[in-house]
Design a protein. Structure first.
Length: 218
């Protein structure tokens, strides 16, 4: 073996262990950071509101609102998760056979109604609708949105969101649902989160207690 080849082999024997150690440290740091970010990402869950039907007794005849609650759990593996940033929800309504009916953005209950208040009456203001569709959800917090509304004594229910304020009695005729069972596919998109849920919506009759929401497996 020539002297030059021997020097090359000596260099490789001294260089490779250091290089492999350096490369391993980089890989461990990258994987560790990815796992840390994953563990701290929002941890979302959704379920029907336990306080429904939410009856508006100041309206005659009475009507009720039915909600889904979105929760950002506080911790994952003892690490505090991040807030959900600029969360927006889409609700896709389908009939029992899975046929698409309509899709509407949800209005977060925490956000103000799209209404301007004057001395004499309340006036719907469409310019206020977009701000009702975005919301942050802090760790350990719950935020809700209404999926439908029902008036006492009527068989039908109506999909509900901020645009419902532009219609008499919040009834958008394009979002009318007769008695029966429907699926609602919930899609939450945020700056740092994406989550989907599926619910069964049952409209069984003309009473405010005849509406039921049930969470389903995807």
């Amino acid at each position: 073996m020539s002297q030059g080849m021997a020097q090359v082999l000596d260099f490789l024997r001294s260089f490779l262990p250091n290089f492999i150690g350096f490369l391993s440290a980089i890989i461990v740091a990258i994987v560790g950071r990815m796992l840390y970010d994953r563990w701290r990402s929002p941890k979302l869950n959704a379920y029907p509101s336990k306080s429904d039907p939410a009856v508006a007794e100041h309206v005659t005849p009475h009507c009720a609102f039915y909600h889904i609650v979105m929760k950002n759990e506080s911790k994952r593996l003892r690490l505090m998760v991040n807030p959900v940033q600029n969360a927006r929800v889409k609700m896709l309504f389908l009939n029992k056979n899975g046929k698409y009916l309509f899709r509407i953005p949800a209005k977060w209950d925490f956000r103000p109604e799209p209404i301007n208040y004057t001395k004499s009456k309340k006036v719907p203001d469409p310019s206020l609708i977009p701000q009702g569709e975005l919301l942050d959800i802090n760790p350990g917090s719950e935020e809700s949105f209404c999926v439908c509304i029902k008036h006492e004594g009527e068989d039908e229910i109506y999909g509900f969101n901020a645009y419902s304020y532009l219609h008499p009695d919040w009834k958008n005729p394009g979002w009318k649902l007769n008695k029966g069972e429907y699926y609602i596919h919930i899609v939450l998109n945020a700056a740092n989160a994406h989550k989907e849920f599926r619910f069964l919506l049952r409209n069984g009759g003309s009473s405010l207690k005849d509406v039921e929401l049930k969470k389903l497996d995807l």
